[in-house]
Ligand binder design. Structure first.
Ligand SMILES: NC(=O)c1ccc[n+]([C@@H]2O[C@H](COP(=O)([O-])OP(=O)(O)OC[C@H]3O[C@@H](n4cnc5c(N)ncnc54)[C@H](O)[C@@H]3O)[C@@H](O)[C@H]2O)c1
Length: 331
């Protein structure tokens, strides 16, 4: 009986670089665009982050996928607990199960938190490669100096020579900690801002990864030529921000209609699948153009797909097998 490789966050930390995660994510988007990936929409369990009335202020997702170019299947379990940061616990908890599609063998069970953060950064780095107006010395505005904000910085600065990385967080201490911790990890100059409006003046891209539900991204922050990437699970953008986009690109049409930035307008009937220009997979695979005009306002909503998690996890599993990392367990 072949065992299942158990991998902790510590085991996987040094097995893959952010540059490699960006590469795996780009290949997986291309495969998605070419039809090699199967990725049903994520299934959500409302533990109080929606209308269930449960007291936990949380939600959990099941995210299965098959990755053609790696011939692997898997599923990520991921949840977000809003009360956790105030208890000193991580907001997100996740785990990934990898399966051999030939016989169902559980190849590996591994921590999914770090992989989620890395692939979330990588998916935006890939999106900006195809959608951002200026690829030389871009100015990036980031809202949300948390876990995902950190990997946004690492992934985006691994692809671009950043002129200025402007950070705004509603919590000033979080922003200060971000500056202190992240400055030694990147050559991108990080500058903190007191208001989101100021941070967006002259920015080529605006990336938002917050828990905001108050639609704090206003129309004046989404100027001509800007690529706006709202990644938060709730409502970061005012309605007219979304409605003013020249192109809406998403990672997964069905998912993006039901969660994240577009959800409310879809519910109100103001946006349908018809308003979506295409998927990032189609753009990376060359089936649809990315940016075609310098003054286009592009809204890119990547709500996160199991495909990216399973694909990155599969690469990590192979490395771990080669390097003898982790513990084998027989179920
Ligand atoms: N799209 C994806 O693929 C993807 C993947 C992972 C997480 N997420 C989502 O990203 C969001 C952030 O996750 P995280 O793990 O970084 O959380 P986190 O708690 O580590 O960080 C969130 C940060 O946002 C800040 N913030 C909250 N409201 C704000 C506001 N109105 N303006 C500015 N800053 C604000 C908080 O102070 C905090 O520093 C969550 O909604 C999460 O569900 C999306």
């Amino acid at each position: 009986m072949v065992g299942t490789l158990l991998l902790s966050r510590e085991d996987i930390r040094d097995l893959i670089s952010i540059e490699e995660v960006v590469e795996v994510v780009e290949k997986t988007f291309k495969d998605m665009g070419e039809g090699g990936v199967i990725n049903p929409a994520k299934l959500h369990l409302d533990l109080g982050d929606g209308s269930s009335g449960l007291p936990y202020k949380a939600g959990m997702n099941a995210m299965p996928a098959y990755i053609g170019w790696q011939k692997v299947a898997g599923i990520k379990f991921i949840g977000g607990w809003e009360n956790n940061p105030s208890k000193g616990l991580p907001y997100i908890r996740g785990m990934i199960i990898l399966v051999n599609p030939e016989d169902g063998q559980f190849l590996s069970v591994m921590d999914g938190g770090l992989i989620t953060a890395m692939r979330t950064g990588a998916q935006v780095a890939v999106a900006l490669k195809y959608l951002m107006v200026s690829r030389e010395r871009p100015v990036i505005a980031l809202f949300g100096a948390g876990t995902q904000g950190r990997t946004q910085l690492l992934a985006i600065s691994s692809v671009f020579d950043i002129k200025e990385f402007r950070v705004y967080d509603i919590n000033k201490d979080a922003a200060m900690l971000f500056l202190k911790e992240m400055s030694p990890m990147t050559k991108a100059p990080i500058k903190l801002f007191d208001s989101p409006q100021e941070a967006t003046d002259g920015a080529d891209a605006v990336v938002s990864v917050t828990h905001a539900k108050n639609k704090f991204i206003r129309k004046e922050m989404f100027k001509e030529g800007v690529t706006l990437c709202p990644l938060g699970s709730f409502s970061e953008c005012a309605d007219d921000v979304i409605l003013s986009a020249d192109k809406i690109v998403v990672d997964h049409v069905e998912q993006c209609l039901h969660r994240g930035a577009l959800k409310e307008l879809v519910g109100a009937g103001a946006i349908t699948a018809e308003n979506i220009y295409g998927t990032l997979g189609e753009v990376v695979a060359g089936k649809k153009h990315g940016r075609t005009k310098n003054d286009e306002k592009i809204l890119c909503v990547t709500i996160g797909t199991g495909a990216m998690d399973v694909s990155v996890a599969s690469m990590i599993y192979r490395r771990a097998m080669e390097k003898g990392k982790g513990v084998s367990f027989s179920f």
